[in-house]
Design a protein around this ligand. Structure first.
Ligand SMILES: [Mg+2]
Length: 228
């Protein structure tokens, strides 16, 4: 096994229509009796539990009140997304299927680190035929902290796939929060400028490397093979 390559989902691998944002509003309404969208905060790169807490705090709820029912809120979100999954539109970003295929062929271990709740992240990837590449990861349903999700994904790789953690873990993501999480967990953070942030902004967030997108398969392979 050559190394562990971890990917964020939204705006790194795929772009998704707005049903996911609506799922939060459904959860806020049903569990907390709050009418709110997530657009009142900058949620880019935040985990779903962070988004729930911050949006509801802005609506006047206390963290303890929010956390005590957060599992129920997440369940409402998953149920809603599952209900509407057939109408969800997903665009796979440039080069992604080719890159994943190449990484697998080259015997890299591939995982996810996403703020998405696991069932929702899995539905998204299954819809576009990418689910098969990701046997494990760290998900927004596992923890509030994205750094902890990176550590959790590594632990799962060690426990289930005989992975040995060294300087052989790369985390690809589109936001400064992905870079912060990767650096916090001691892995190489690679900024992909296919989201709301430019290469410069990702560099400023201490990305180890930055790329325009995942389209240049050879360049990315060189990077993870340590040839660049
Ligand atoms: Mg993202």
């Amino acid at each position: 096994m050559k190394g562990l390559i971890l990917f964020d989902i939204d705006k790194t691998l795929i772009k998704c229509s707005t049903e996911y944002a609506t799922a939060f509003s459904k959860g806020f309404k049903k569990i907390y009796k709050i009418d709110s969208t997530i657009d009142i905060i900058n949620y880019q790169g935040m985990t779903d539990q962070q988004i729930i807490i911050e949006v509801l705090e802005k609506n006047g709820l206390k963290e303890s009140e929010i956390v005590s029912r957060i599992e129920e809120c997440m369940r409402v979100m998953v149920d809603y997304f599952d209900e509407v999954k057939d109408s969800v539109q997903i665009k796979v970003l440039q080069g992604v299927p080719e890159l994943l295929k190449k990484l697998e062929e080259q015997n890299f271990l591939i995982g996810l680190v996403t703020g998405n709740l696991e069932p929702i992240g899995r539905i998204k990837l299954e819809k576009v035929g990418l689910g098969k590449y990701f046997k494990f990861g760290g998900f927004g349903s596992d923890d509030v902290s994205r750094t902890k999700l990176v550590k959790l994904a590594i632990r799962r790789a060690e426990e289930n796939f005989g992975f040995e953690f060294d300087d052989n873990v790369f985390l690809f993501g589109d936001t400064p929060k992905d870079m912060e999480a990767g650096n916090g967990a001691g892995v190489v953070a690679v900024g992909v400028a296919t989201g709301e942030y430019s290469k410069g902004e990702l560099e400023d967030a201490d990305a180890g490397y930055v790329v325009d997108d995942l389209g240049d398969t050879e360049k990315i392979l060189d990077l993870v093979l340590g040839k660049e």
